[in-house]
Write a protein that binds this ligand. Structure first.
Ligand code: DX5
Ligand code: ZN
Length: 232
């Protein structure tokens, strides 16, 4: 079975209604989300605080697609087991979160979950050169982590293209996270990204009572990415 590198949209629930996660998750999946991106923040690695394992456990029964858990926490190793138990399908750790990313990815794989490795905008690709064989996905941050609604950092497009070359035909997804909208989606898809995280660009203008807006927003992002690939 060949590796599926088709465009996937992973809405970040950081931009959802914090009083209604169950319905929000069901709404974005009904409207076409391929994955659900869960931003875990500890107020230490990033200047914001979000979801512990109990919250992720509460999201789990509402997620029918794929729960993609982005750990913006340091240290990360002590919590891998708990997020795996909570039901994550993919657990992504930041290379900057500690000194032993090789062991961290081994630990994530050891739980039976998919393993992702994330790079902040200032971190060079060389940082993950020797752990690609332990990764199912590389997450390229196109904003400085901590908040939704920030401006896309264009220098990351070249990084994505170089990463695509580095990966070759290995079965590794390239995820881009931060400031993704129809305009920037075209750039990152053309550069080689296949999983597009979007928070504000998916949730803006919609609600659980107007979920069709989520669908329109996701279609705009997907269509922009796919047509950029067609004309690449
Ligand atoms: C930022 C998070 C992103 C963020 C994306 O630290 O990792 O997933 O929620 O939000 P937008 O798409 O609004 O930039
Ligand atoms: Zn994220």
């Amino acid at each position: 079975m060949s590796f599926d590198r088709s465009i996937k949209i992973a809405p970040s629930i950081l931009s959802a209604d914090f009083a209604d996660f169950g319905r929000e998750i069901r709404a974005i999946e009904d409207q076409g989300a391929d994955w659900v991106h869960v931003d875990v923040m500890d107020g230490h690695f990033v200047p914001n605080l979000t979801f512990g394992p109990p919250a992720v456990k509460a999201f789990r029964p509402h997620v029918k697609t794929f729960m993609d858990v982005h750990l913006m926490i340091a240290p990360v190793d002590p919590y891998i087991e708990a997020y795996a138990e909570a039901g994550a399908d993919m657990i992504t750790a930041h290379v900057e979160a500690g000194p032993h990313i090789h062991r961290t990815l081994q630990a994530i794989r050891g739980t039976g979950k998919k393993a992702g490795v994330a790079l902040n905008p200032g971190t060079p690709l060389e940082a993950i050169e020797y752990v690609l064989d332990l990764a199912d996905m590389v997450l390229i941050m196109s904003v400085n982590p901590g908040f939704g609604g920030q401006k896309f950092i264009h220098s990351q497009v070249d990084k994505i293209a170089r990463l695509r070359g580095m990966i070759g035909d290995r079965p590794i997804h390239i995820q881009v996270d931060g400031g993704v909208d129809p305009k920037t989606a075209a750039l990152v898809a053309k550069a080689g990204a296949d999983v597009l995280v979007a928070g504000s660009a998916v949730f803006k203008g919609g609600s659980v009572d107007a979920p069709q807006v989520y669908g329109e927003n996701m279609r705009a992002i997907r269509d922009a990415a796919e047509s950029a690939l067609k004309h690449a």
